[in-house]
Design a protein around this ligand. Structure first.
Ligand code: FMN
Length: 319
C-alpha cells in the first residue's frame, strides 16, 4: 500500500487531536477538502472493556472518508484484539499512537513511552498488521528523551507498517520549542515506506518549506487548523495548482464558527456542545477586532441561543 492507493498523495492530512478532531470538527474540515483526517485517539483497553464513550469517539460517517482511526495502548494482544474486531468498521487507515506526551498516558507505558522500547514497538506493529484488513500507520515523535526516530522508524517499517508520520519534537518538549524538520528528513531518507511530516505548519509557506526541507510524501497539520480550516484548502490548492487563494473574511470566519456550533449541539447535546464550543469560538475569533469581549461573553453564555445571538451580533457589528 502506498499513499497513492488512498488517493491522498501530495495532500495535507488533518492530525489527530484529542478533544478537538471529533465528528463535528472533521465535518467542518471535510468541507474544506481535506484528503485524510484522523480521529481523536482511542484506547485499545477501553475498547476491550466496551466503553461507551470510546464507541462515540470512533464513529465515522461515509462522507468523511478517508479517515484514519487512531488507537493507543501498549499491550500487543489487547491492541490486536481491537483491530480484529474492526474488520467491518468504517475506517480507511489504522494508526498507532506512539507520540502522545501526556503524563497520564505515558505513565501507563502508552503513547510516546513506547519509543523507549524497540522490541515492544516491533511486537505491537506486527500484531496489529497481522490482524488489520486496512493499511496500518504509526505516528511517532523525534524520540522520548533520547533522539531515536530513525531507529524506531526502521523497526516500524520492518514490522510491516504502511506509512509513518513523524512529529519533530521529543516527548520532553511536549508542544514547546520548535519542531525539528531535520529529523523528519532523516527518517524519510532511512525508510522506503511513505513518510508524513508533522510539526509547526501554521501557514501555507510553512507547508511549502517543510515539503522542500524534508522531501516527505505528505504533510500533516494539527494546531494550525484550530479555528482555521481554510489552511487545508489553501495548502491543497497551492500544491495542486501553484496558486495562492485568499484567506477568509471575518464574516466567513463567523459563519463557519456558527456552523461548528450547530454541529456540536447536534452531536453532543446542548450542554456539552456549548462547553466544547468555547475553545473553538476563541480560535475562530482570534485576532478579529473586538473579539476578546465577545469571547468572555461566550464563556458565560447560559444557553445555546445566547451563544448564537452573541456571534450573530458580533457579525453585525463587523459589517
Ligand atoms: C490538543 C491536542 C491534542 C492532540 N491529540 C493527539 C492525539 O490524540 N494523537 C496524536 O497522535 N497526536 C495528538 N496531538 C499531536 C498532534 O497531532 C500533532 O502531532 C502536534 O500538535 C504537532 O503538529 P502541529 O504543530 O501541526 O500542531 C495533539 C495535539 C494537540 C495540540
Amino acid at each position: 500500500m502506498n499513499l497513492k492507493k488512498l488517493n491522498i498523495e501530495g495532500e495535507v492530512a488533518l492530525g489527530p487531536m484529542a478533544g478537538v478532531t471529533d465528528r463535528a470538527f472533521r465535518e467542518i474540515v471535510k468541507d474544506f477538502g481535506c484528503g485524510l483526517m484522523f480521529t481523536e485517539m482511542v484506547s485499545a483497553k477501553a475498547f476491550y472493556y466496551e466503553d461507551k464513550k470510546t464507541k462515540e469517539i470512533m464513529h465515522i460517517e461515509d462522507f468523511e472518508k478517508p479517515v484514519g482511526l487512531q488507537i493507543f495502548g501498549h499491550e500487543p494482544e489487547i491492541m490486536a484484539h481491537m483491530v480484529e474486531n474492526l474488520q467491518d468498521f468504517n475506517h480507511d487507515v489504522l494508526d498507532i499512537n506512539m507520540g502522545c506526551p501526556a503524563p497520564k498516558i505515558v505513565k501507563n507505558g502508552d503513547g510516546s513511552a513506547l519509543m523507549k522500547d524497540l522490541k515492544l514497538i516491533d511486537a505491537i506493529v506486527k500484531a496489529v498488521v497481522f490482524k488489520s484488513n486496512k493499511p496500518v500507520s504509526v505516528k511517532i515523535r523525534k524520540g522520548f528523551a533520547e533522539v531515536n526516530a530513525v531507529e524506531v522508524a526502521k523497526v516500524i517499517e520492518q514490522a510491516g507498517a504502511d506509512f509513518i508520520t513523524v512529529h519533530g519534537r521529543t516527548r520532553d518538549q511536549f508542544y514547546a520549542g520548535k519542531a525539528d524538520w531535520d529529523i523528519i528528513r532523516d527518517v524519510k531518507k532511512a525508510v522506503s515506506i511513505p513518510v508524513i511530516g508533522n510539526g509547526d505548519i501554521f501557514t501555507l509557506d510553512d507547508a511549502i518549506r517543510m515539503k522542500e526541507h524534508t522531501g516527505v510524501d505528505g504533510l500533516m497539520v494539527a494546531r494550525g487548523v484550530q479555528g482555521n480550516p481554510w489552511l487545508i484548502k489553501e495548502i491543497n490548492a497551492y500544491f495542486r495548482t501553484g496558486k495562492r487563494i485568499e484567506g477568509p473574511s471575518p464574516e466567513e470566519r463567523i459563519r463557519v464558527a456558527l456552523k461548528h456550533l450547530e454541529l456540536l449541539l447536534k452531536y453532543k447535546g446542548d450542554r456539552r456542545g456549548m462547553m466544547e464550543m468555547r475553545k473553538h469560538a476563541a480560535w475562530y475569533l482570534k485576532g478579529l477586532h473586538g473579539s476578546s469581549k465577545v469571547k468572555d461573553q461566550l464563556n458565560q453564555a447560559v444557553s445555546s441561543e445566547e451563544m448564537i445571538g452573541l456571534m450573530m451580533n458580533f457579525l453585525e457589528d463587523l459589517k
